[in-house]
Design a protein around this ligand. Structure first.
Ligand SMILES: C[S@@+](CC[C@H](N)C(=O)[O-])C[C@H]1O[C@@H](n2cnc3c(N)ncnc32)[C@H](O)[C@@H]1O
Length: 254
């Protein structure tokens, strides 16, 4: 289950890649803009501000996220991105930090390109940090004798959950697009106690949270906290630095 308020704790850090992404979409007046996996809708609002004449469409598979987006006045619907189809006037598709949750999204991207009108833009960003200590330590703990039986049904994302920029560029180019793909490692400077634990609680740990009782969840977090603290130590000024690689692709259908 997604918790919109937990997710929004780091809204400022999470917004920057979104703006870096949509800043590369060079269209003045799209007819329809789709935000796939819109989350709590705070960034969908930015799309509406940038293109006030466009029809804004948003979807997310989480009822909680859609409810939060609707509270912001976004006309969002509960829908899995795998079931989404472009309308004939869809000129822009944005999907920010979503496709890493969708195994086989490569085929989905190729299908969307085929269905979009000529000249349409497809822009997405995915985390490329599944080999980072923040994920490796979680996978180690899940596989440890203490937790592996209780968490055997939990599927965690591995390094191959996403492609690198060249992989997406090749796929989209073969599908008939002009492509701009790149990666950026952001150095998030976080504050507060165990901020990396708090960060991953809002995203990567969700399947674990769902699988555990309240009591086990408290214990799991207590075991994970020192491991993450050792990887991401608090600095003398009280900040904790969290490097985070992200992969971007912006494609225009020829
Ligand atoms: C990290 S959040 C990103 C939200 C928003 N795009 C943003 O940038 O703030 C990931 C979102 O993807 C949604 N999601 C995950 N898998 C999905 C799927 N298969 N179809 C639709 N939404 C999905 C989640 O519910 C969640 O709201």
């Amino acid at each position: 289950m997604w918790d919109p308020s937990k997710y929004l704790t780091f809204a400022d850090h999470r917004a920057r890649p979104f703006f870096d992404l949509v800043g590369r979409i060079a269209v003045e007046a799209p007819r329809r803009v789709a935000d796939l996996g819109c989350g709590p809708g705070n960034l969908t609002s930015a799309l509406a501000q940038r293109w006030p004449a466009a029809r804004i469409e948003a979807c997310d598979s989480s009822q909680e996220m859609v409810a939060a987006a609707r509270e912001r006045g976004i006309d969002a619907t509960v829908l899995d991105v795998r079931d989404w189809r472009p309308e004939p006037d869809t000129d822009v598709v944005v999907s920010n930090a979503v496709l890493q949750w969708v195994p086989g999204h490569e085929e989905l991207l190729a299908r969307w390109v085929k269905q979009l009108p000529r000249g349409a833009w497809l822009a997405f960003q995915v985390p490329g940090n599944f080999g980072a200590p923040s994920h490796v330590r979680v996978r180690e703990l899940v596989a440890s004798p203490r937790w592996r039986d209780r968490l055997e049904s939990v599927v965690l994302r591995e390094d191959d959950a996403v492609l690198d920029p060249e992989g997406y560029a090749g796929l989209l180019s073969d599908a008939g697009c002009a492509v701009d793909a790149w990666e950026t490692t952001y150095l998030h400077r976080l504050t507060g106690a165990d901020p990396v634990l708090e960060w991953v609680t809002g995203t990567a740990l969700r399947p674990i949270r769902t699988a555990l009782s309240d009591e086990d969840w408290t214990e799991f977090r207590a075991e994970l906290a020192p491991r993450l603290r050792a990887e991401y130590p608090e600095r003398v000024d009280g900040t904790t630095w969290f490097p985070f690689r992200r992969v971007f692709a912006v494609a225009q259908k020829r």
